[in-house]
Write a protein that binds this ligand. Structure first.
Ligand code: APR
Ligand code: ZN
Length: 376
């Protein structure tokens, strides 16, 4: 029985920036009040993990246990925890939902701020860490740290999901898939019959395509510089594919405007480049086109366009975690997947063991994976 005791387990530790993760035995302390300790079954590897490992994150987290796209089973709970109990299948949520803060009470946003400061600093809400290794304290990451066989999260950063759903697939609903799908449905609110274009056909962009299709879009144009993405995009619902490299002498916005009789009703940027953010905005139809930014640009980058683009009716928006209020929505997304209404398995291009986790980063950097799922 491990309840109330520290657990020793395997974790992929990021000791310092720009170095591969190293597999270590770490100690995971029991959950304090309002916290939950879970056994992580599987985790996706996402760009935000790589971004932090590359040292772009300014908050100085190292050494740290990364990972934020996980699925697991509750091992024990701290005092006062009522929403989950040991044995429950759960998905950690890097956007929490406390139901109490100004943000949670507003129907206009999903960005709960209750534990924002401590989460950013890599500690639990009480200001301390539950992880140690070789006598050193390790930081938490995004309130989730799913690259450890056991992790501790705040109760508000966790939701209970259907136990019959495979965690080695539904872990991806903890970030990429939910983000893209929700961007189309919640943030842009794509309408039936509309014309859409999606820049960047990784997991996020493919999930946007799936959302546009669900909303009844009549034309969905996938835009990617990798010609191999044409087939997979059509499998997710894209009706057209455009490779900007095929028309080097024409700005991509001009190509899209010509293809759509004046521009799109909805466009989405799923790359994280300020150049494609501008192109996506300027590919919107005059008078009503809405462009949604999903990709995370490098720190310090700024977007620009001519203000006339907005004066003439185009709208620029952005979204995090697809606008989903996390704890109430992710269990429903898992149910949709179980009913066959939402693709998830199709996003898993590679399945790896925890000791191969660095390979997942290599595959992502090489553009070879849609998503790698790492199993413990
Ligand atoms: N024009 C069109 N497509 C591009 C361009 C470009 N200039 N540059 C890159 N791409 C394509 C790549 O070929 C790739 O298919 O964008 C796609 C990005 O996919 P992934 O790297 O798999 O990214 P994904 O996991 O979907 O995340 C996308 O969302 O979470 C954020 O920070 C993350 O910014 C990233 C974005
Ligand atoms: Zn809140």
């Amino acid at each position: 029985d491990t309840v109330g005791k520290p657990i020793e387990c395997r974790a992929a530790v990021a000791w310092e920036a720009k170095k591969p993760l190293s597999l270590e035995t770490v100690t995971v302390d029991p959950p304090k009040a309002g916290e939950v300790r879970l056994k992580v079954v599987a985790t996706g590897v996402c760009h935000t993990d790589a971004y932090t490992l590359d040292g772009f994150d300014p908050e100085g987290l190292f050494p740290v246990i990364l990972g934020h796209e996980g699925g697991g089973i509750v091992e024990s709970v701290g005092d006062g925890v009522t929403s989950v109990c040991p044995g429950d299948h759960v998905i950690p949520l890097y956007v929490p939902q406390c139901y109490e803060c100004k943000f949670c009470k507003s129907p206009k946003t999903n960005l709960c701020q209750k534990i924002r400061l401590t989460q950013g600093k890599g500690v639990m809400p009480d200001g301390t860490s539950r992880f140690t290794c070789k006598g050193k304290q390790l930081s938490h990451f995004m309130g989730t740290s799913t690259f450890s066989e056991y992790t501790v999260v705040a109760e508000i950063s966790l939701c209970k999901v259907a136990p019959e759903a495979p965690l080695d697939k539904t872990c991806l609903l903890g970030c990429g898939i939910s983000t893209g799908y929700g961007a189309a449905l919640n943030t842009a609110k794509v309408e039936p019959g509309s014309v859409c274009a999606v820049w960047g056909l990784g997991a996020v962009g493919l999930a946007v395509i799936m959302g546009c299709k669900k909303a009844g879009a009549s034309k969905i144009i996938g835009v990617d510089i990798n010609p191999d993405k044409a087939i997979i995009a059509s499998e997710f619902g894209a009706t057209d594919f455009v490779n900007p490299k095929d028309t080097p002498d024409k700005p991509i916005q001009q190509v899209i405007i010509e293809l759509t009789d004046g521009g799109c009703d909805f466009t989405f940027e799923c790359i994280g480049s300020v150049a494609t953010m501008r192109a996506a905005l300027e590919s919107c139809h005059k008078g009503w086109g809405v462009s949604t930014i999903i990709g995370v640009a490098a720190s310090g980058q700024e977007i620009s366009t001519k203000p006339f683009q907005l004066v003439t009716g185009r709208v620029w928006k952005g979204t995090a975690f697809g606008g989903w209020k996390s704890r109430e929505s992710v269990p429903k997304l898992v149910d949709s997947y179980m009913k066959g209404e939402l693709k998830v398995n199709e996003f898993v291009s590679h399945t790896l063991k925890i000791d191969e986790i660095n390979k997942a980063f290599d595959l992502m950097h090489a553009g070879e994976s849609i998503r790698s799922v790492v199993n413990f």
